[in-house]
Structure formats: structure tokens, C-alpha cells
Write a protein that binds this ligand. Structure first.
Ligand code: MEV
Length: 299
């Protein structure tokens, strides 16, 4: 038998960085998936775009940690992915969740989804040193999720275009940028705390707008959120070039997503082709996608 599971990436509609200080955020699974194909064999083997290895934590840290977490069964694993790596779209969470879920079925381990999400979060913490449970939770369960309450909001039926700057992609960057915001907050608490609170307020307003499917209003607040992330010092000129290109091409709104410092932006739009074209013209790589209610799935 062979078992194949896929798990989605995610974007933040609102609230990255502020969520570190307990403010609410809205994270959404998107229909870009990582696929893990697992087959019981007589030796551990892992293949991906990075090459074919045994239990090599240097090359395949998340997959190796997932194999170990599941009791080191002898399995052959093939990974393929549509999610750009280390760009703020939750690629490491998706590969971890898909691998755990596929081993779980192939080796009849019987874990519930809740446990898969928890193990995936533990793995992200082990590999990265620190990680919020958001990416692994959203990748496991899918949908539009308010953080930290984990409340499931209605699915948005509006289109999304992601723009990848192709710069600054690195999982280590998140820790650096979170630290940078912490330093700024410590230096100027009177100025920075209200910014963080205001970012938190977007998720509260956003919850109502999501229910109303009010994309104009959501877009407007995404634009303000981008401005405040810029104020926190995590924006880049390349991200803003793609954000403004998307807005000028008719997107409801656009902002950076994830930790920033490069990586990806996201635009909410019903004119996906036009917005994608504008992003490419501004020097980014555009990915047309949509929201998904489906978390990890067996194929
Ligand atoms: C990174 O994807 C999101 C941050 O808010 C960090 C975190 O929540 O762990 C910047």
C-alpha cells in the first residue's frame, strides 16, 4: 500500500506580529499544498527537490523529525510542494503535517487530527527553536481561523493572488524580525503599543466583515494593516512594490503576509489575472489561489 496526504499553506489576513503579544489575528488556509507519499519499505528514504537521503536532519529536518516522532518506522517518503519555501506561507508546517498524517495512515498509528497538529507544532519548535501553533493548526484543520481563540470563521469566496518577492526567504528570519519588533516596543512603548493594539483591532472588525463577505472593507483594512507593519519595520521596498501594483490593478486590498523582511504579499481580489499580471510586471512571482476549508487530506 502507499498513502498520500496533502496539507495546505496559509496567509494572514490580519494580525502577524501583533499576535505575538496576545492580540487576535485571522489566518487562512490557501489551496497551495504539500504532498507526502509514504510507503512501508525496509529502509528509511526521503526524496524531494532537495535530493534523496536517509534520515538526514540537515537536508530534510521536518520530515526526519516527523519520522522520529512516529517511532522511526521504515518508510519511503516522497515530498512534492506547491508552496514556496521559507516565504511566510507555512511551508514547513505543511510538509510536517502532511508527512505525519501519511505515516499515521500507512503505519496504522491511529492518531486524531488534534494530535497531528500538536506533534507538528512540537516539531516546528524543535527544528526552529520557536514557533507559534498557528501554521500547524491551520495546515491541519484548514479554513479561516481566528487566533488565538481558534474560532472557525466563514470561508471567503473571493480570489487571492500571492506575490513572492523571491527575496529574504528563510525560516530563521521570523525569529530575527520578531526580536526586532520587541526591541522597538521596548524602546518606544508609548508609540508602539498602540500600533500593536490597532493591528489587533483589525481581526475583531475583520470577523464581522468575513461573515458579511464585505471584501471592499476587508481590503481597506488589509491596506491599513500593511501600513502599520511598515511602521513596525518589517516591510521591504520589494514587498511594497508588489502591494501597490496589486492595489493599482484593482485588488480590494493587499498586504505583506507572515513575518515580512521579504517573502510574500497577499492580495484579495476578484480580478486575479489582472492583479497577477501587475505583480509579475512589478518584479514578483504571482501565484493565483483561493481560500480552502480543507486542512490535511488523504488523496
Ligand atoms: C510569522 O509567520 C508570524 C509572526 O506573527 C510570528 C508568530 O506568530 O510566530 C511574525
Amino acid at each position: 500500500m502507499t498513502t498520500t496526504c496533502t496539507a495546505p499553506g496559509k496567509i494572514y489576513l490580519f494580525g502577524e506580529h501583533a499576535v505575538v503579544y496576545g492580540e487576535p489575528a485571522i489566518a487562512c488556509a490557501v489551496e497551495l499544498r504539500t504532498r507526502a507519499q509514504v510507503k512501508k519499505t525496509d529502509a528509511i528514504s526521503i526524496s524531494s527537490d532537495l535530493g534523496t537521503t536517509g534520515l538526514d536532519f540537515e537536508v530534510h529536518p521536518y520530515v526526519c523529525a516527523a519520522i522520529q516522532k512516529m517511532g522511526s518506522p521504515e518508510v519511503c517518503i516522497k515530498i512534492t510542494s506547491e508552496i514556496p519555501v521559507g516565504s511566510g506561507l507555512g511551508s514547513s508546517a505543511a510538509v510536517t503535517v502532511a508527512t505525519l498524517a501519511a505515516i499515521n495512515i500507512e503505519c496504522s498509528q491511529g492518531y486524531e487530527k488534534e494530535k497531528i497538529a500538536q506533534m507538528a507544532h512540537e516539531i516546528e519548535k524543535e527544528v526552529q527553536g520557536a514557533a507559534s501553533p498557528t501554521d500547524t493548526f491551520v495546515s491541519t484543520f484548514g479554513g479561516v481561523i481566528e487566533i488565538p481563540s481558534r474560532k472557525r470563521l466563514d470561508l471567503l469566496d473571493c480570489g487571492i493572488v500571492i506575490g513572492n518577492t523571491g527575496k529574504g526567504a528563510s525560516p530563521k528570519k521570523t525569529a530575527k524580525l520578531v526580536k526586532q519588533v520587541a526591541v522597538l516596543k521596548e524602546e518606544y512603548p508609548d508609540s508602539i503599543n498602540p500600533i500593536i493594539k490597532t493591528i489587533g483591532s483589525f481581526a475583531k472588525h475583520g470577523e464581522i466583515m468575513v461573515t458579511q463577505k464585505n471584501y471592499q472593507a476587508l481590503g481597506k483594512l488589509m491596506n491599513v494593516n500593511h501600513g502599520l507593519l511598515d511602521a513596525l519595520g518589517v516591510n521591504t521596498i520589494e514587498l511594497s512594490a508588489l502591494v501597490y501594483a496589486a492595489r493599482n490593478a484593482g485588488a480590494y486590498g493587499a498586504k505583506l503576509t507572515g513575518a515580512g523582511g521579504g517573502g510574500c504579499m497577499v492580495a484579495l481580489t476578484d480580478s486575479q489575472v489582472e492583479v497577477a499580471h501587475a505583480i509579475e510586471k512589478a518584479g514578483g512571482k504571482a501565484i493565483i489561489t483561493r481560500f480552502t476549508r480543507e486542512g490535511v487530506l488523504q488523496e
